[in-house]
Design a protein. Structure first.
Length: 228
């Protein structure tokens, strides 16, 4: 819902004004992620004002992140390099942001352990990302995350259809998947930053990181990285 009602209308507004210029998709990717990286640096400062401004810049990066793909489709300039650039830079902003939230939480609360929560969560995300990239590169020969297949995605089994069945577990799973969506948690983190609660944001981030780490470990353990 965040992407549909907030991010996408703004990104398409920006794209319409850029599509007639010489701006390339990769240039847009770099610009958006420079904004995100600046936001991460500000969050690291551990002051309420820089925390709020930094979170706002990361949210802006999330919005502008849609422009590169939109420009690529409209100008017919999609590329494998562009796919990799987009994925890797976005993920590094995520890793840096969560780690920075831990430092900010320590600075604002005086409780040292938040720094380690952020560092541990950032490390867990990094491990997940490296294994994820490895499968995309060496198994799927692609930089497109939509080509990634988990070990439980068997040929002939429509996982999307199974997850859409109106069962209690699917409803619970759907709610959890909403909370780990980048558009959702970044907007929530902005709200938490504005009210001076980075410790809640980094706890949320750590829960996402832990779930992704466990999922990728299970994927590897179940032979998911073998060519199929």
């Amino acid at each position: 819902p965040v992407s549909r009602w907030i991010n996408r209308p703004i990104s398409t507004f920006v794209t319409r004004r850029l599509v007639g210029t010489n701006v390339t998709p990769n240039q847009m990717t770099v610009v958006a992620n420079v904004i995100g990286a600046l936001g991460v640096v500000l969050v690291f400062q551990g002051i309420w004002a820089t925390l709020a401004l930094g979170a706002l810049l990361v949210q802006l990066q999330s919005i502008l992140d849609g422009c590169d793909g939109e420009i690529a489709r409209l100008k017919f300039k999609s590329s494998k390099i562009g796919e990799w650039l987009d994925n890797v830079l976005d993920d590094q902003v995520n890793v840096g942001y969560g780690t920075a939230l831990g430092f900010a939480a320590t600075a604002l609360t005086g409780q040292w352990w938040w720094t380690w929560v952020g560092l541990g969560a950032g490390a867990a995300f990094m491990v997940h990302n490296l294994l994820y990239y490895a499968q995309l590169a060496f198994v799927h020969r692609s930089g497109n995350p939509f080509n990634f297949r988990w070990w439980f995605e068997k040929p002939g089994v429509d996982v999307t259809a199974l997850l859409s069945e109106p069962t209690l577990m699917n409803r619970i799973g759907g709610a959890f998947r909403s909370l780990v969506r980048r558009d959702v948690f970044l907007l929530a983190f902005l709200g938490l930053a504005v009210v001076g609660l980075p410790q809640i944001a980094v706890t949320w981030y750590a829960a996402i990181a832990a779930s992704q780490f466990v999922l990728i470990v299970l994927h590897v353990a179940n032979g998911g990285m073998r060519a199929r």
